[in-house]
Write a protein that binds this ligand. Structure first.
Ligand SMILES: [Zn+2]
Length: 99
């Protein structure tokens, strides 16, 4: 038998972008849409014990992704490897398919 009761629960209604400060929920008109740049560095790393979490709106996320993609291309070029120009850098395979 399940015994139920009502409880008050905190829910996230908005996430502000840590870069530009904009709402990622269109000021509560939709659910928050954001990306997260996150790391927890451990033993053996230069930043051992440090944790980072940066929330990004869609615009800032893709600006950061473009910067990383450009660096990736430069690294490939400097090592003599070719880099596919239309590469969907970071896109999870199958995630953009319509269900
Ligand atoms: Zn932003």
């Amino acid at each position: 038998m399940k015994i139920t009761s009502k409880k008050l629960v905190d829910v996230v209604t908005d996430v502000q972008c840590d870069v530009c400060g904009e709402s990622t929920s269109d000021n509560g008109r939709c659910g928050p849409q954001f990306g997260v740049l996150q790391a927890s560095w451990g033993y053996g790393s230069t930043h051992d014990g440090e944790s980072y979490q940066v929330h990004l709106c869609e615009g800032c996320f893709f600006t950061a992704l473009a910067t990383l993609k450009e660096q990736h291309s430069r690294n490939k070029a400097s090592s003599g490897e070719s880099c596919e120009p239309g590469l969907a850098f970071g896109l999870v395979e199958g995630s953009n398919e319509i269900l």
